[in-house]
Design a binder for this molecule. Structure first.
Ligand code: DAH
Length: 346
């Protein structure tokens, strides 16, 4: 049995040294050291030996077993390291190779226009109104009545305005002008703000109209404000937004909340003023509405029109973007087609 044990030590040591993988090393361990392994079968036969031999063979068996375990442990660490190195080598990546093309997100063209216009008006001394003064779900009272719309004004008609089921007089705002009211209820003059936001109109969608679009409202109220101030600010805005070479004109118009009221046109970008389909032959394109804040509106918010005066203006963001980039269909802004959006890089 002693010889047998020595033979096991020699054989097992050789097999351990020859093992080429963690797996084959484990096979060697099972063969010699497991419960059904060769060392254990010798230990089982110890009972047949004399006490003296039992002691000698038993202790030798333990020594062999400990020695083999040490050998296996060392070999296993060695093999593990080799296998890890091999794996690292195989899975090596070349970080200098060019990477896959990834699509990058961009700022939506409407957001770009809003940012650009906000920046222009910041430069002219206007700040952006706090959003709580400009909710999209609004009361008819603020959206129309406080803005001096007569009770049966056609704009209130179901055809134009989305009514909600929240309460009879709660609507999706049809214009950002209500923000003027909320601002003036919360701030006494001087007031010098703009407010960009979404508005909603119940009309059928076409190349020119969507039932959701964006407006930017502007309001300036102070002492001694005249129509000349309005003209100066808006001319400057148009010069900065469209470039200095674009002629503009002011045309008398009507809005319930301004008096006098005007619409501002820029020369048609398609035909340069000669008259074409885009400008319906007039040579001009309307870009915004404006006027001196109506005395009734000032009174409604508790501002004395004998002391203060002001002007307001409102412009469509989609329209301004379309005019600048010669876009012929408003729906392009809402379809999220990358072929369109990718053309607007920052
Ligand atoms: N709210 C008007 C609209 O939606 C636009 C407008 C016109 C706003 C004149 C104004 C203004 O502040 O003074 O058609």
């Amino acid at each position: 049995m002693k010889d047998k044990l020595e033979q096991i030590l020699v054989d097992a040591t050789k097999e351990i040294n020859n093992a080429e993988s963690v797996q084959s090393l484990d096979d060697v361990r099972l063969k010699y050291l497991s419960r059904k392994g060769e060392l254990n079968s010798i230990k089982k036969n110890l009972k047949d030996l004399s006490d003296e031999d039992k002691r000698i063979v038993g202790s030798l068996a333990n020594t062999v077993s400990n020695q083999l375990e040490d050998l296996i442990k060392n070999k296993s660490e060695e093999l593990y390291k080799i296998e890890l190195d091999k794996k690292l080598e195989n899975e090596k990546i070349d970080i200098t190779l060019p990477s896959d093309f990834r699509m990058q997100g961009r700022v939506h063209p409407l957001t770009q226009t809003i940012n650009e216009i906000v920046e222009i008006f910041n430069g002219l001394g206007f700040s952006v109104m706090a959003s709580e003064n400009s909710p999209e779900v609004e009361t008819e009272y603020i959206n129309f009545d406080m803005l001096n719309f007569p009770p049966n004004h056609p704009a209130k008609d179901m055809q134009d305005t989305f009514y909600t089921k929240v309460a009879p007089n709660v609507i999706l705002r049809s214009q950002t002008s209500g923000a003027q009211i909320r601002q003036m209820l919360n701030q006494k003059p001087p007031v010098r703000v703009i407010s960009p936001g979404r508005v909603y109109r119940c009309e059928s969608v076409s190349a020119r109209k969507n039932n959701l679009f964006h407006q930017i409202e502007g309001l300036l109220v102070d002492k001694d404000i005249t129509f000349a101030d309005l003209k100066g600010i808006l001319n400057e805005f148009i010069r900065l937004y469209f470039g200095s070479s674009r002629p503009t004109r002011f045309r008398a118009s009507y809005f319930p909340f301004t008096e006098p009221s005007a619409e501002v046109d820029v020369q048609c970008i398609m035909c340069g003023g000669k008259g074409c389909r885009t400008c319906s032959g007039t040579g001009w394109l309307e870009v915004l509405g404006a006027g001196m804040v109506h005395a009734n509106v000032l009174r409604n918010v508790g501002i004395d029109p004998e002391i203060y005066s002001g002007f307001a203006f409102g412009m469509g963001v989609e329209r301004l973007t379309m005019l600048k980039y010669a876009i012929n269909d408003i729906r392009l802004f809402f379809n999220n087609d990358n072929r369109f959006l990718n053309q607007f890089r920052l």
